[in-house]
Design a protein around this ligand. Structure first.
Ligand SMILES: [Zn+2]
Length: 573
């Protein structure tokens, strides 16, 4: 008799094979039968529902959150059963207590994690990467694996000199730490050369001071350990790769003898050749026996702005001094007519460049409001509120709303609508062997977005609304494809003997809800949080962690170790 029988669902096994109605039996955390009507202690009726492998999210920043939230919420609500952290060079180890202050302020700045949560939610007393990692063992709801991050390694080896060029000895020491971490279970190495990545003092993050020789040496460090990989972000990920960057990624893949993945590939019908030129990096790499893979998101990430975080607004000419004030003083300044006039002038000046579009205040959408007197405006554009009031200056109306909300009002700039052509083009890119669907950044930038919705976005928009990808292909892209890129053993498909990571969802309803503010982080800090619709049950290693849209509290997740849980992914796709 099986432990669990998921009965009568439409089984989509992740391989891309056609769906078929059947039962899935689970015994001792593994799939023990497909299609036959076994008996079980626990029977789940999946009639009319899809039964698929749990989704695999390759790019998250749940490193910190898992310590206070073992569920990695809200990702499993969206069907995710396996997450990978330690991306972009940002990890909490090996640098220990001496560097806690530096790393916390760096994470807060670069990954948008509230400082209060990092200070109060973490013990900061680990001794190296293996010790840090081991603290999650047996305590998490999802399967989780971690790369070791370049900036944390550099800080551990070089201390305050981490912004300088490393000596040959220091590079050897860093490579040793990375190799040791991989032998202790780390899944590889990550780094950032992105000009947008600055630390708490506004200086470039440590990894950005690395020479090419350092980057290739550190990539080489992972190659003796089975089932490792390399992840990075470069300036050209956003602006278009230079030949030099393509050569760097190729060299790092060759040195590591592993695939290198980068994030994140944007796809737009307005610029149909843009992504093709980025994917050329993969072709160049392949010609030299290397493998470079782009992560690509299925949906357009909606960035939320607010006068509380000040992000983006503080880039407008003359705005920084006001947005840098403590909230109380900022509110006083924003109430002052003269300050308002100056800000409005700065925002619409020539100097504002591409940010000038923001100064079209009437177009801003009020996605979340807080004060009772603002409740009626939620979901509306500022211009609609102006109309309803019979007139007024849009900037004044906006600021009055923001002040009533004590700066928390969630704002969305318009003009990011996705067209049918965009979806068609994206679907081609999802299926391209040079890409993998991912790059959610879940757990990061929590004041601006909720990246965890990428999977339900693909199913809702890509499969159901636009019909640009079949259900079987979409599931394949969310499960088997990322699992193979990281060489995950026995995960990513519904197959006999494989781990019972399973999601059960209603294909007619699956989707995501609007992000809402939740003050549930340590220290009372807030984050944006989006729930899912239609995801009925999620199993990790055979145990139910999500039931009817809520967490069960079970922690059956595996801490994924290189070699034991992964095998080396091939350099040919
Ligand atoms: Zn990242």
């Amino acid at each position: 008799m099986a432990d669990v029988l998921i009965r009568g669902g439409l089984v989509v096994d992740g391989s891309g094979a056609p769906a078929r109605v059947g039962d899935v039996a689970v015994t001792d955390g593994r799939i023990s039968g497909i299609g036959n009507g076994d008996s079980a202690a626990d029977v789940v009726d999946a009639t009319g529902l899809v039964v698929a492998p749990g989704f695999v999210d390759l790019h998250t920043h749940y490193d910190a959150q898992l310590f206070w939230d073992p569920t990695a919420s809200p990702s499993p609500l969206h069907g995710v059963t396996t997450v990978f952290g330690g991306n972009c060079g940002f990890t909490l180890a090996p640098a220990g207590p001496d560097h806690a202050d530096y790393l916390m302020r760096m994470m807060a700045r670069v990954e948008g994690m509230p400082l209060a949560a990092l200070e109060q939610g973490l013990a900061w007393d680990w001794n190296g990467f293996a010790d840090w990692r081991s603290r999650l063992d047996g305590k998490i709801a999802v399967n989780a694996g971690f790369l070791i991050g370049h900036s944390a390694v550099r800080r551990a080896v070089m201390g305050k000199a981490c912004h300088e060029e490393a000596t040959a000895e220091q590079i050897v020491a860093m490579a040793q730490i990375i190799a040791d971490a991989c032998r202790g279970g780390a899944l590889g190495f990550s780094t950032s050369q992105a000009p947008t990545h600055n630390d708490g003092d506004g200086d470039p993050v440590p990894s950005r001071a690395a020479t090419r020789a350092e980057l290739t040496s550190l990539a080489t460090a992972v190659r003796r350990v089975e089932g490792t990989t390399v992840e990075l972000i470069l300036a050209g990920c956003l602006n278009g790769f230079t030949d030099d960057e393509i050569a760097l990624m190729t060299d790092m893949s060759r040195c590591a003898r592993r695939p290198v993945n980068w994030n994140v590939l944007g796809v737009s019908a307005m610029n149909p050749t843009g992504h093709e030129s980025q994917l050329r990096a993969s072709d160049v790499a392949a010609a030299r026996g290397a493998r470079v893979v782009a992560l690509t998101l299925p949906h357009t990430t909606k960035i939320r702005l607010s006068f509380l975080s000040g992000f983006v607004f503080d880039g407008l000419p003359g705005w920084r001094p006001v947005m840098a004030l403590p909230p109380e003083q900022r509110m006083r300044a924003l109430a002052d007519p003269e300050t308002r006039r100056r800000l409005a002038e700065g925002a619409s000046s020539e100097e504002a460049g591409i940010l000038r579009g923001l100064a079209n205040w009437g177009r801003l959408q009020l996605v979340e409001t807080f004060a009772p007197e603002n409740a009626a405006f939620e979901g509306k554009r500022v211009a609609e509120v102006v109309d309803a009031r019979g007139g007024g200056d849009p900037f004044d109306v906006l600021l009055d709303i923001v002040l009533a909300d004590e700066l928390r009002t969630g704002l969305s700039p318009g003009g990011m609508e996705t067209t049918a052509e965009d979806w068609k083009l994206r679907a081609e890119v999802w299926r391209d062997p040079r890409t993998v669907v991912g790059g959610s950044d879940a757990g990061a930038h929590v004041d601006m977005m909720c990246g965890a919705v990428y999977s339900t976005a693909l199913l809702a928009h890509g499969v159901r609304e636009h019909g640009v990808i079949s259900l079987e292909e979409a599931i394949h892209q969310l499960t088997d494809v990322p699992a193979r890129l990281y060489g995950l053993r026995d995960r990513g498909r519904i197959a006999e003997g494989w781990a019972a990571d399973v999601v059960v969802f209603d294909p007619a309803r699956v989707g995501y809800r609007q992000e809402r503010t939740r003050a549930d982080l340590p220290g009372g800090a807030a984050r944006l949080y989006a729930e899912a619709d239609g995801v009925e049950a999620v199993f990790v290693n055979g145990t139910c962690i999500v039931d009817g849209g809520g967490f069960t509290g079970a922690t059956p997740g595996a801490l994924l170790s290189s070699g034991r849980d992964t095998e080396t992914a091939p350099l040919g796709s």
